[in-house]
Design a protein around this ligand. Structure first.
Ligand code: 3HC
Length: 403
């Protein structure tokens, strides 16, 4: 199926970023939100991305104007009537998503693809609200959408093979890297990234190290930004939503660190409202110590040790669970983490990294962390089976990959 015109619903940071990517590929794109002020804010965000390219000499002002002309801001569903593919990027509420998809289905051509950019909600459940559920699919971008190469393509139970193939071709036409992922809560990347970020939050509330030191340590490991800077960029509200969905599906190993809920309660949402773990607007400056003290008084846990492994091993362990559930292949898991989170290229992804340090070492370290920090580190069963079968990684020439 050829896509002549696309649409995006929700002109927040993700929706606007997605519309920028689509317009950059040369396709007209309708960008909708509930009121003109939000639409204008989204359009301004897109212009800012293009302007930065103009400033760097990567495009001319007239090329920017041509690209901006491809973006059609609207507050009406009527403007979607000739769209071949629409991506919903509204906030994470199933009821709202159902309403959006039902409105869309009323105006779209029967052949159109209805995609969701949800971070973690069930595509199958979203699809259950519409007649043409075979046309519903997850097309999940990563923040910042104009930069991150990965797109997760997630079929729901009802999605047709044709829709999946069209979504993959569409992602490629945007010059992105599509990875097909079996549906599960958090899909692939958020399912691995959130436990990593959550572990940083535990370490913070336990006063394991300062957040600056932990961010520096993770950059030292090779991540493009530290976990606290990333939590702030993604938004503590978004992270709390995704954490809740993961907990609901996978249980106690995904229990969110108390500080994440407290951040939301204290309206510290991150870069978007000027204060998160870091302070972006000096007028909002407020000490987090009383919040941390209260958590420590409640949990009785403080002064635990911090190491980059503590965070990265959460990622590796969840990758192993994903592998066991056939969410994606080992190479797709690694590729997705490289392209979706900037996991260091030289380490090849969490599974290549596990093979390099030794699967047996990973299991021993997870057991140790499980004893000191709790059962959320309990090794995924596949890891123990690999060790028992001498699949230890590079040193035995076979592990997650063959060497
Ligand atoms: N919008 C558009 N472009 C941006 C941008 C933004 N918000 N932020 C940075 N850029 C561009 C810059 O203009 C620059 O472009 P250039 O190469 O043409 O000059 C390029 O990106 C690199 O930026 P910087 O030099 O300023 O900074 P970095 O090299 O540190 O890159 C980063 C910034 C791309 C954000 C990098 O730190 C990174 O990859 N961080 C990890 C982000 C991540 O993990 N994202 C995934 C989160 S999970 C998710 O989104 C799922 C959701 O469901 C929750």
């Amino acid at each position: 199926m050829f896509i002549y015109k696309a649409g995006v619903i929700g002109a927040g940071a993700m929706g606007a970023g997605i519309a920028q990517v689509i317009s950059f590929s040369g396709l007209p794109v309708v960008l909708k939100d509930t009121d003109q002020e939000r639409v204008d804010k989204g359009l301004a965000m897109i212009r800012k991305v293009y302007q930065s390219r103009v400033d760097k000499g990567k495009m001319t002002a007239s090329e920017m104007d041509q690209k901006m002309k491809l973006v059609i801001g609207t507050t009406s569903y009527d403007d979607f009537k000739d769209c071949d593919l629409v991506i919903e990027a509204v906030f994470e509420n199933m009821k709202v998503k159902h309403q959006v998809f039902q409105e869309l289905e009323k105006v779209l051509p029967e052949t159109a693809i209805m995609a969701s950019n949800t971070s973690a909600l069930s595509i199958s459940q979203i699809a259950s609200a519409v007649k043409h559920s075979d046309k519903v699919i997850g097309i999940h971008f990563f923040n910042p959408a104009p930069v991150m190469k990965l797109i997760e393509v997630i079929p729901g139970l009802q999605t047709s093979t044709e829709t999946v193939d069209d979504a993959v071709a569409f992602a490629e036409s945007l010059r992105k890297m599509p990875v097909r992922v079996k549906e599960c809560a958090g899909f692939l990347v958020n399912r691995l990234l959130l436990p990593y970020l959550n572990e940083a939050a535990y370490a913070y509330q336990e006063s394991s190290a300062s957040m600056e030191d932990m961010d520096n340590a993770m950059r030292g490991f090779g991540m493009p930004m530290g976990p606290f800077a990333l939590l702030d960029m993604l938004g503590l509200d978004v992270c709390a939503d995704v954490s809740g969905i993961l907990y609901d599906s996978f249980g106690p190993r995904m229990k969110a660190a108390e500080i994440l809920g407290e951040m939301q309660k204290n309206n510290r949402l991150g870069v978007k409202n000027g204060i998160g773990f870091y302070v972006y607007d000096e007028s909002k400056k407020a000490d987090l110590k009383p919040v941390v003290d209260a958590i420590q008084a409640k949990t009785g846990v403080k002064g635990t040790a911090f190491s980059p492994e503590r965070l990265v091993f959460q990622m590796i362990n969840e990758a192993a669970f994903c592998l066991e559930e056939n969410v994606a292949s080992p190479s797709d898991i690694d590729l997705a983490m490289l392209a979706g989170t900037g996991f260091p290229q030289d380490k090849g992804g969490p599974l290549h990294y596990a093979d390099a340090i030794g699967v047996d070492v990973v299991v021993e370290k997870l057991k140790e962390l499980s004893k000191t920090l709790g059962p959320r580190f309990w090794p995924a069963p596949i890891l123990k089976r690999m060790v028992a079968a001498n699949y230890l990684g590079q040193k035995t020439k076979r592990g997650f990959f063959n060497y």
